[in-house]
Design a protein around this ligand. Structure first.
Ligand SMILES: *Cc1c(COP(=O)(O)O)cnc(C)c1O
Length: 299
């Protein structure tokens, strides 16, 4: 028996189980990605977690929250300029995270920056977590997401950002389902190779990343997607986030409509969380949402 709740929904005579990481952990999937990193940081006697993120990112929030709960000092290097009204930044600051803004140009070189900080912090008290958090410890942690879940799904669907979560899923010991990652990023398929690399040797054979549901790219949207979010919230009482999990559910419903998924199949959708993102989303796009006549109530 798993401690993670499952919500059962039915669409067009097809049964879909939704694995509610969002209900189990305020960090969603980031809980799994961070847990082994934080354990390693403790073991290495590091007192500070340093990471990188966009100003609205779920990763930044998760590091601030997990760090706060486990007694670490946290530092976030954030792309862009200070914005005193950004709800995500205000939430992480409240959790004690120290924020430094770095220019978009400098941020493009963050890989170098990550490596440099890792090297520099070798003897220091800092533990560096990459942007999005997808290192090998994160993948190892993500292998625990399906622990205790029945292994009888024909298909499992999961959102893909940097790919660490998907890498963990497709290398879960004993898993026999087909796994589809739904990319929030547009087209450019370097993601498949990096997921493969992150997943290592024990990878299932039947998996792929679907790039058809990016809605224009990361954090882009259109009124179809917004109406869909509203619809599943109203009809199933299921709140998805605007960047990741809504695309996954949209993809599953679309593939059921297109008969790519058979009603006989048993589908598992992983709700990876991300609901903190709504505050930032509404802050950024409120006017446009109003114009589309869509309102999502958060509480
Ligand atoms: C970060 C995040 C993802 C993507 O996870 P990756 O391991 O980076 O692919 C998916 N869903 C939500 C809600 C997230 O916050």
């Amino acid at each position: 028996m798993s401690a993670i709740p499952i919500t059962k929904i039915n669409y067009s005579n097809t049964n879909i189980d939704v694995l509610r990481l969002d209900q189990a952990f305020p960090e969603g999937n980031k809980y799994f990605k961070l847990k082994n990193n934080l354990a390693a940081a403790k073991q290495e006697h590091k007192k500070t977690l340093l990471t990188f993120g966009g100003a609205f990112s779920n990763h930044l929030y998760a590091v601030a929250l997990a760090g706060h709960e486990q007694g670490f000092t946290t530092i976030g290097l954030v792309r862009g300029e200070e914005d005193l009204h950004n709800p995500t930044l205000n939430a992480v600051k409240e959790l004690g995270m120290e924020i430094h803004f770095i220019s978009r140009l400098a941020y493009q070189h963050k890989n170098t920056l990550e490596i440099l900080t890792s090297l520099r912090s070798g003897n220091s008290e800092m533990y560096v977590i990459p942007e999005g958090g997808s290192n090998s410890r994160a993948v190892d942690g993500a292998r625990d997401i399906l622990t205790g879940i029945e292994n009888n799904y024909s298909g499992i669907f999961c959102a893909v950002g940097t790919g660490g979560t998907l890498a963990g899923i497709i290398s879960t010991p004993g898993l026999s389902s087909a796994v589809t990652g739904i990319s929030t990023l547009k087209g450019n398929d370097t993601l498949t190779a990096s997921v493969k690399e992150l997943a290592g040797d024990q990878i299932i054979s039947d998996w792929h990343i679907d790039f058809n549901y990016h809605f224009g790219g990361y954090a882009q949207y259109d009124s179809h997607l917004m109406r869909f979010i509203e619809k599943i919230h109203v009809e199933y009482g299921l709140l998805t986030d605007p960047i990741y999990t809504s695309r996954v559910l949209y993809a599953v419903f679309d593939q059921i409509d297109k008969k790519m998924i058979d009603p006989q199949e048993k589908i598992l959708v992983i709700h990876t969380g991300g609901l903190q993102g709504w505050k930032g989303w509404n802050y950024r796009f409120n006017n446009k949402m109003d114009r589309d006549g869509i309102s999502i109530s958060l509480e």
